[in-house]
Design a protein around this ligand. Structure first.
Ligand code: FES
Length: 141
């Protein structure tokens, strides 16, 4: 279950263009946690967010909010290009950059560990080969 959130999760800095048809109930994800964006997949449970149920009057492409900052959900109102949406996008990029830095640091540490293990294996092989060669050389008269 997701932790309670005061603000929706930023998903992307542009709207979703989706083909919708009349006579059908749609559930727009307002929390930003759904893996089926822009639609609800139930991931909002426990967050305080609820999906936005809506219908459309004609079959066409609609643009649903991707930044989750719209003031006319579920539809894009251009917030992703305004201060609030751009600030959220910037926060999103900084967070992703921090995650990448952590992954890079872990990979570098892991690489050093692997290099150290190969060094130990190399030294061990050198000792074994040296001992074998010494035995062959000095073992016979
Ligand atoms: S998963 Fe986001 S509102 Fe349901």
């Amino acid at each position: 279950m997701a932790a309670p959130a005061a603000e929706p999760n930023f998903v992307q800095g542009f709207p979703y263009g989706v083909d919708l048809v009349p006579g059908k109930d749609y559930f727009y994800c307002s929390c930003g946690l759904s893996k089926n964006q822009p639609f609800c997949d139930g991931s909002h449970k426990g967050t305080g967010f609820t999906p936005v149920k809506f219908k459309v009057s004609e079959a066409k492409k609609y643009f649903l909010c991707g930044c989750k900052q719209t003031e006319s959900a579920p539809f894009c109102d251009g917030q992703h290009k305004k201060e609030k949406g751009l600030r959220k996008y910037n926060e999103f990029l900084l967070k992703k950059n921090g995650e990448l830095q952590t992954q890079l640091a872990a990979a570098a540490k892991n690489k050093r560990s692997i290099v150290n293990e190969f060094s130990i294996i190399g030294v061990s092989l050198g000792v074994i080969i040296g001992a074998f060669a010494a035995q062959r050389y000095f073992g016979h008269n």
